[in-house]
Design a protein around this ligand. Sequence first.
Ligand code: TRP
Length: 341
Amino acid sequence: MFVEAARPIILTGDRTTGPLHLGHYAGSLRNRVALQDTHQQFVLLADAQALTDNIDDPEKVRRNVMEVALDYLAVGIDPTKTTICVQSMLPALAELTQLYLNFVTVSRLERNPTIKDEIQARGFERDIPAGFLCYPVAQAADITAFKAAVVPVGSDQAPMIEQTNEIVRRINRQAGRELLREAKALIPSTGRLPGADGKAKMSKSLANAISLSASPGEIRAFVDRMCTDPNHLRASDPGMVEGNVVFLYLDAFDTDHAAVEELKVRYRRGGLGDVALKHRLEEVLQQLLEPIRERRMAVSNDLGYVRDVLRSGTSRGQQITQSTLDEVRDGLGLLSFDQKV
Ligand code: TRP
């Protein structure tokens, strides 16, 4: 039986394929900064997972370990409260993955809706790298190795948590006891933010995202590009709020909710132009991103400090994941030389 930690354990991660963007901030980073005071938090720089669809560009994956670490520190993830680990340096995760793979079928992996979408988006068709198809199992290893109770993620990750819990139940059944714990996804109510064109989600691989380190000019250009209601031609026309990208972003980032509701009323009625509306959003985003950009500049001038943070976080992660691996080996009845028989 697992022992309940004094503070609930949180584990999340990000693939290190590019700098993080506003979608990550609304979807997960903001929660992490808030939760690190009341929870025991671990964050993975998921370079091993990033390799599963970037094996032709390991240099990109390596470089972005540092970039994402800078993003973490810039948004206010505090290494004295949150343990930041480099995933590929935790070998126990690979060993757990190998064991967990026996508790999942290929057809179940192929039915994972996020994997299905990603296979389509990457054009793998039938040539799916096995490591890619199996990354949800590796993610189950990530989550369970740290004994996470809560996983703050965007809604696209919900199927991963579901799949993790299925594996946990199978393993517990096999072990005949509650060897591993199930985890809960913590998904923000704002939902997934679209890119500026309003079509796809904001994605690191698509040009319509805005990174957390964007310059004031890039922020302005991003807001300018945003789609509003295509039938809202004159300021005096009534406009649609639903599906309007600018309102989606205001809902996600403007802390003055009453003012946003008022803007919605005016927009629907007619009399609020897109220029004025975008102006408000631009102000909100400039204010949000300025301190993040400044902190990022400051820490990027001290990469030795960043490396120390990762080194000590990874070392702590190694101990924790190894100890879970020992328990799982034991629970599944694998040989140990310390045993009497
Ligand atoms: N799959 C996540 C993403 O694409 C990254 C990730 C790796 C993760 N391991 C994790 C998220 C464990 C939550 C928990 O962003």
